[in-house]
Design a protein around this ligand. Structure first.
Ligand code: FDA
Length: 508
């Protein structure tokens, strides 16, 4: 068989040479390739070649490329952006469609400003590393973010982010004053160039819907040099139900310097019987001599004594609540998690105290086999959270909430069967709680991502109505503005996942 010569074939073809050369070396290779093509073609074809090669510099390039395309779905590959990898539903590194991971773990520089109490933090840094760098500079500077040091700032700040300073200073996202982001066009934007709508959206609306956040600029906060902490346990035999009940009436009304979170777990009483244990964990921005009388006045049922309390610096309180009491603060630089459990979590907001009888029903569920390592964590609101408007950032859960609940169940091994049993257990608990928590919508915290509350159509177009099933739970009416911002900055829905903000009129 005789192959047609290049002189006959070239006029029939168009060559679309795609390149995105950014370095001299690659640009040189590109030119070399063209010259090679010219050199090896037959003399009489050379002039024809230049007429059928279309580089991206050629004005006909796009129209020729797109002329015969009939399936705009194209490859369907998604991009997953990972900073700390702590997403509760693993959306930063798992997908049921082909995807690439953009891992920012090496982008982890932190620079703490001087007098003006600011810092630039790259997205791949952890909150533990941020706390470490702040503590290196000052004993009285701090930042109001999460408890677990290995959480990444990329996802944490973009979904809200809170810890023991919540009632005094609000969320991490409330203290972001600038950011660097790469948008869908590949442009590097700061607050000024991205505009206030997009800057608003990434402070609580989840970064993964809008672009790749490279770094945050944050305002640090000032705390006293001496703080006080305590952890006190009470079982049912020690009147736990009455204390929990009273806590519901005071936790959001206490002075904002006082934060008492509460969690319920299954435990063994001193007589060896299975019981329920309520644990009260407190951070007070002041000394023990102020705290004890305050507690005796506001929650005397707990019976707090001076001996239960420890005075310490803010950075030591970070170590204390992270389970590293007495260790060097160097542990905050480690990215290795202390536990590798399998878990499922859900969240709720509480606007009216839950009746004691309902707690008794909850306890019954904790006695079931699957609840051996289950926990309900109650996070007190009030304080500054009441003063920030619902639309200040996409995070809407402000005034009117007494507390948030995080429902969690852990298990080890057992494969799909164990996973199903434990996930069913937490779903049943969540169903049971419905009458006692926020309604229309039943609100949820975005950083405690829960795909049970609704998802996008990950393989196709997501209508506004479908997105709003989960979107209003996380963002209430802010969901409307998030959709508007998304439609402006990423109308083709390049940045998407199972719970990303859908644009209006997207083809995908
Ligand atoms: P990960 O990298 O998995 O990202 C989470 C989401 O953000 C993904 O959708 C991801 O694509 C996106 N994203 C990440 N980096 C991005 C970037 N640079 N640009 C754009 N999008 C980006 N929360 C809290 O408020 N207080 C707390 O105390 C805790 N404690 C806690 C402990 C533990 C053990 C876990 C597993 C989680 C928490 N959380 C928490 C929840 C935590 O805030 C939430 O999971 C964050 O989204 C985690 O951010 P990462 O960067 O670590 O996760």
């Amino acid at each position: 068989m005789k192959f047609p010569s290049s002189s006959t074939i070239f006029p029939l073809l168009s060559f679309l040479l795609l390149s995105s050369f950014q370095t001299v070396t690659l640009a040189d290779s590109y030119q070399n390739f063209l010259q090679c093509l010219y050199f090896h073609s037959e003399n009489n074809a050379t002039s024809n070649i230049s007429q059928v090669i279309y580089t991206q510099n050629n004005s006909s390039f796009s129209s020729i490329l797109e002329f015969s395309i009939r399936n705009f779905r194209k490859h369907g590959i998604q991009i997953r952006i990972r900073s700390g990898g702590h997403d509760y539903e693993a959306l930063s590194y798992v997908s049921d469609v082909p995807f690439v991971i953009l891992d920012l773990i090496n982008l982890s520089e932190i620079s703490i400003g001087g007098e003006n109490k600011t810092a630039w933090v790259q997205s791949g840094a952890t909150i533990g590393q941020l706390y470490y760098r702040i503590a290196e500079k000052s004993k009285t500077l701090a930042f109001p973010a999460g408890v677990c040091p290995t959480v990444g700032v990329g996802g944490h700040f973009s979904g809200g982010g809170y810890g023991f300073l919540l009632r005094k200073f609000g969320l991490a996202a409330d203290h972001v004053v600038d950011a660097l982001l790469i948008d869908v066009k590949g442009q590097l934007l700061d607050r000024k160039s991205m505009g206030e709508d997009l800057f608003w959206a990434i402070r609580g609306g989840g970064g993964a819907s809008f672009g790749v956040i490279l770094a945050w600029k944050i305002n640090l906060v000032t705390v006293p040099s001496t703080l006080t902490v305590f952890t006190v346990h009470r079982t049912l035999e020690q009147n736990a139900t009455k204390i929990v009940d009273k806590w519901q009436y005071v936790a959001d009304k206490l002075p904002e310097d006082l934060y008492i979170r509460l969690y319920l777990t299954r435990s063994n009483s001193s007589s060896g019987r299975t019981t329920i244990r309520a644990t009260f964990e407190c951070l007070f921005l002041g000394g023990v001599d102020f705290l004890v009388p305050l507690m005796q006045q506001s929650l005397p049922e707990l019976g707090l004594e001076k001996a239960d309390c420890i005075e310490m610096s803010w950075i030591d309180s970070i170590l204390y609540f992270a389970g590293f009491q007495g260790e060097s603060m160097d542990v905050l630089l480690s990215r290795t998690p202390t536990s590798f459990g399998t878990f499922k979590a859900k969240s709720d907001y509480v606007k009216e105290p839950i009746p004691e009888t309902a707690f008794e029903e909850v306890y019954e569920r904790f006695y079931e086999q699957e609840a051996e390592s289950a926990v309900m964590i109650f996070i007190p609101y009030g304080g500054i959270m009441n003063e920030i408007s619902e639309s200040e950032t996409p995070f809407p859960h402000r005034a009117g909430n007494i507390y948030k609940i995080q429902h969690l169940v852990y298990w080890q091994g057992g494969g799909d069967e164990a996973a199903e049993r434990h996930i069913n257990w937490i779903r049943r608990l969540y169903s049971y709680m419905a009458p006692f928590v926020s309604k229309n919508p039943r609100a949820a915290y975005m950083n405690y991502r829960d795909l049970d509350i609704g998802t996008n159509n990950n393989k196709g177009y997501t209508r506004f109505t479908q997105g709003s099933v989960w979107g209003f739970k996380y963002f209430k009416n802010n969901f409307n503005r998030l959709v508007h911002v998304k439609t402006m900055v990423d109308p083709g829905n390049f940045f998407r996942n199972e719970q990303s903000i859908p644009p209006l009129y997207s083809r995908k």
